[in-house]
Each structure stands twice: as structure tokens, then as C-alpha cells.
Design a protein around this ligand. Structure first.
Ligand code: NAD
Length: 287
């Protein structure tokens, strides 16, 4: 029976630490970390995510503001707004809530964000630095959270077989690069991978970031593996991940649940990145 990786409890611990550092940063430098969220349209899931992010910021002492645009806004107007936020000294982090309406280029909006304020780590400058094995200004929040969860198990990553299912720029690819940086042998799977089951079965560390309810079954998992489930899927059973949790927990060594796994860790990492950015701008040493 697998040990549960309690993302919710881990995230609470990180949030407490961030709140203490935010308070000290304010006291010693007068700088209050600020996150600016850009929300385009009224997608119900995005609206909830943004509300949760604002709430988490406030609870940690981070100032959060959301700029809301109607779905039909022109691309140039969003680019101009992002560039204006780049210039605001009091704003340390900018996050564009994805997905955005189809008529606006996601690439153009993300490229408009200053890499030094790109707390979501999606700017090509940050992704490129990660690829080179250098130090990005920021690493995307979900992959950062995934790594913290893997590290929390104490299982050595070096030399292990890691399989990441999903190749998005936000989750799959950066997670694979972070595992590679820690010397895992990494395989990235995607919708055209043949015999996904056989590849997953090789994994000592298996990350599911697909968006297909309970795609990964118990008999796809190597005994004792670390399984991190990133998926958030609404099904008739309620919220489920990409892994069949009931089956997988009988085989895995460690497994993260949905909900209460990667989701809360992603928000905790966003708070951490915003604090990091504010601390850098104030010349305040965090460690
Ligand atoms: P995405 O749609 O951008 O990418 C999905 C990836 O899965 C693609 O690379 C695709 O090739 C692959 N894929 C699709 N069908 C497949 C199949 N049958 N077999 C193998 N691979 C397949 O999604 P994303 O943004 O990377 O998110 C993935 C999941 O993680 C979603 O459920 C999303 O809601 C969730 N998510 C959770 C958090 C969190 O904080 N917990 C954050 C981001 C994303």
C-alpha cells in the first residue's frame, strides 16, 4: 500500500514559511510583494483558479490584483497592458491566466511579459535557461511543486527511470527537464506514444500530466514507484486525476492524490516565486 504524498499539508507548510518571509521582507525593506493577474474572458474554471490565487496571496501578505478583460479584447491591447505592468515598480509578478481566447496569440502575450516578472516561468527566456541547465529567473509553478513532492519522498532521483506523460510547455516539458537536471533517465510520452502502458511500467518515477480521467491504471505502474498525478478532470465521480488512484495505490510506493496533491503545491510555488521576485528587487537575501 502506497504512502500518500499529502500536497495539501506540504503546501500549508510552505505557505506558512512564505508568510513569515513576506512579513520580514516588509519589515526590513518596506517592500510588499505584489502579483498582477491578467484574466481574459469569463471561463468558469479560470475564474475560480484566479480567485483561489488571490485568496492565497492575501493570506500570505502578498498584494494581489486582477486585471479583467472581456473575451473580445484585441491582442494589441493585452500586449500593451502587460508591457505597462512590466514598468510598474511595485509589481513583482505577472501571471496571465490560461487558456486565453483563440483570437489572441498565447505566445505573443507570454513574450510580452518581462522574464524577470514571469512568475509562471513560461517566457522563452526562462524556458530556454531551464533547457540549457542554467538558472532561469523562474520555473513554472506546477513542475516546481511536482519536484518538491518527489523530493519529499526521500527516493533518490539520480540514475532512476522517470516517465512523464504529457508534453505541454507548462507541465510536461519543464518537469522532464527538472528530472533530467537531477540525473534521472527521462522519457516523455504524449498522445502519439505507442504502447504507453509498457513505457509507464518502466518508471521508478511516473508523472501523469495528460488531462484524461484515470488513464493510468494500476497494472501500468512498477511496484514501489513514485507516482505524481497532475491531472484535474471533472468526471461523474467528481474530481479525478490522470491516475486510477484506487488501483495505483496498491502498487505504488508513493502516490499523490487528486484533489489535495499537485493543485495546492502549484499555488504554494506561485507564492514562493512572487516572494522571490520581490526579494530580488529589494536586494533582500531569502536564505
Ligand atoms: P495539455 O492539454 O496542454 O497537455 C496534455 C498532454 O497530454 C499533451 O502533451 C498530449 O500529447 C498528452 N496526451 C493527451 N492524450 C494523451 C493520451 N491518451 N496518452 C498520452 N498522452 C496524451 O495539458 P496540461 O496543461 O499539461 O495539463 C495536463 C493536466 O494537468 C490537465 O488535467 C490539467 O488540468 C492539469 N493541470 C493541473 C495543474 C495543477 O495545479 N494541479 C496545473 C496545470 C495543469
Amino acid at each position: 500500500m502506497a504512502m500518500i504524498i499529502d500536497g495539501k499539508a506540504m503546501a500549508m507548510g510552505i505557505r506558512k514559511e512564505v508568510a513569515e518571509k513576506v512579513a520580514d521582507l516588509k519589515k526590513t525593506t518596506g517592500v510588499e510583494p505584489k502579483l498582477m493577474v491578467v484574466l481574459i474572458g469569463e471561463d468558469p474554471a479560470s475564474t475560480i483558479y484566479v480567485k483561489n490565487k488571490e485568496k492565497a496571496c492575501k493570506e500570505t501578505g502578498i498584494n494581489a490584483e486582477t486585471i479583467r478583460f472581456p473575451a473580445e479584447i484585441k491582442e494589441e491591447e493585452v500586449v500593451a497592458a502587460v508591457k505597462e505592468i512590466n514598468r510598474q515598480k511595485e509589481t513583482h509578478g505577472i501571471l496571465v491566466q490560461l487558456p486565453i481566447p483563440k483570437h489572441i496569440s498565447e505566445e505573443k502575450i507570454i513574450e510580452a511579459i518581462s522574464p524577470e516578472k514571469d512568475v509562471d516561468g513560461l517566457h522563452p527566456n526562462n524556458l530556454g535557461r531551464l533547457l540549457k541547465g542554467g538558472l532561469p529567473w523562474f520555473v513554472s509553478c506546477t513542475p516546481m511543486g511536482i519536484m518538491e513532492m518527489v523530493l519529499s519522498t526521500g527516493v533518490e532521483i539520480k540514475g532512476k527511470e522517470a516517465v512523464v506523460v504529457g508534453r505541454s510547455n507548462m507541465v510536461g516539458k519543464p518537469t522532464a527537464l527538472l528530472l533530467l537536471a537531477r540525473h534521472a533517465t527521462v522519457t516523455i510520452c504524449h498522445s502519439r506514444t505507442t504502447d504507453l502502458k509498457e513505457v509507464c511500467k518502466r518508471a521508478d518515477i511516473l508523472v501523469g500530466a495528460v488531462g484524461k480521467p484515470e488513464l493510468i491504471k494500476g497494472d501500468w505502474i512498477k511496484k514501489g514507484a513514485v507516482v505524481i498525478d497532475v491531472g484535474i478532470n471533472r468526471s461523474e465521480k467528481g474530481l479525478v486525476g490522470d491516475v486510477d488512484f484506487k488501483q495505483a495505490k496498491e502498487v505504488a510506493g508513493y502516490i499523490s492524490p487528486v484533489p489535495g496533491g499537485v493543485g495546492p503545491m502549484t499555488i504554494a510555488m506561485l507564492l514562493k516565486n512572487t516572494l522571490t521576485s520581490a526579494a530580488r528587487s529589494a536586494g533582500y537575501h531569502l536564505e
